[in-house]
Ligand binder design. Structure first.
Ligand SMILES: [Zn+2]
Length: 303
């Protein structure tokens, strides 16, 4: 059989070299592709000369959760810590130039989450509030919850009851709610758990949801993957079970807890989980406020 003309003109040694070069190029391309998909290792530092469209501040509110999100003209607040944390929350809002909040998400009615709400509502306009629907018999009766309700009434904010499996849109941001799946008297497990999406950037916010809630979310078969995970319940070992953690498969994680808190948060098991998975993470008790930026493709950490 006659060889094709190209093989007759090319010396066999050159042919082998070219073939090897092609193989090396393909292997490199595959490796680069894999590196882009790989979750783990250090997240790049933000550049001070770049203005990123998405800013997510995990505010140092001591023992509690307080998160401020700004994306172009849209602003969201999640919780806010105890009453004493209000100044830190309001300062973050001011620093980001926020005077109107599109939605205040109260993950659950414990004071380390909604304690500062009234002061936040007094400082900025709050257009809507996302909260959990409680049946009459399970309605919280604490002073913190009463002050929270009064603040909503005083503002006249629209109230949105979070529904697991539903999506909500605020400007360029999408919120997909995964929990609570069902009502329980344990308010931690009534925490609103949701994923925030901006372009390809995804953040999972968990409030104080514990393993019981995580198992319900997993049983629903939700796709729980996110680039950034705010660990549940301040890094307590009663939250962030291995199956949930693997399902989220974060690139970066944040633990929001107070310095020398009474609960020993974060627990050793959770730090081991992060370290074993080689997931880059920050703790607000160690680093202070943690800021993550997004450009719709990648995330960056403010160092
Ligand atoms: Zn809490």
């Amino acid at each position: 059989m006659k060889k094709p003309a190209i093989f007759e003109k090319v010396h066999p040694a050159i042919f082998v070299v070219v073939l090897l070069l092609i193989i090396v190029a393909v292997i490199n391309a595959v490796r680069i592709g894999m590196r882009d998909d790989h979750h783990g290792g250090a997240v790049p530092a933000a550049s001070s000369s770049v203005e990123y469209p998405l800013t997510v501040c995990f505010v140092d509110v001591g023992q509690g959760d307080g998160i401020v999100i700004r994306c172009k003209d849209t602003s969201l607040v999640i919780d806010g810590g105890e009453r004493e944390a209000a100044d830190a929350m309001v300062k973050t809002l001011r620093d980001l130039g926020v005077d109107s909040v599109d939605c205040y998400i109260a993950t659950h009615p414990h004071s380390d989450h909604i304690g500062a709400a009234a002061a936040i509502f007094a400082a900025v306009n709050v257009k809507s509030v996302m909260t959990t629907s409680f049946s009459e018999i399970n309605m919280p009766t604490t002073k913190a919850f009463e002050r929270f309700q009064n603040a909503i009434d005083a503002q006249g904010s629209e109230v949105i009851f979070a529904e697991a499996g539903e999506k909500y849109r605020f400007g360029s941001l999408e919120l997909e709610v995964f929990a609570p799946v069902e009502e329980t008297t344990d308010y931690n497990n009534m925490s609103i758990v949701f994923r925030l999406t901006y372009g390809k950037n995804t953040f999972m916010f968990t409030g104080d949801a514990q393993k019981e809630s995580e198992e319900l979310m997993l049983s629903k078969g939700y796709d729980l993957h996110a680039d950034v995970l705010k660990l549940g319940h301040h890094g307590s070992s009663d939250a962030t079970g291995e199956a949930f953690f693997r399902a989220v498969d974060p690139q970066f994680a944040v633990i929001s807890c107070g310095k020398n808190n009474d609960y020993g948060h974060p627990h050793r098991e959770i730090l081991n989980l992060l370290e074993d998975a080689e997931v880059d993470f920050r703790r607000t008790d160690v680093s202070g406020t943690v800021t993550v930026y997004g450009d719709g493709k990648n995330i960056y950490i403010k160092e």
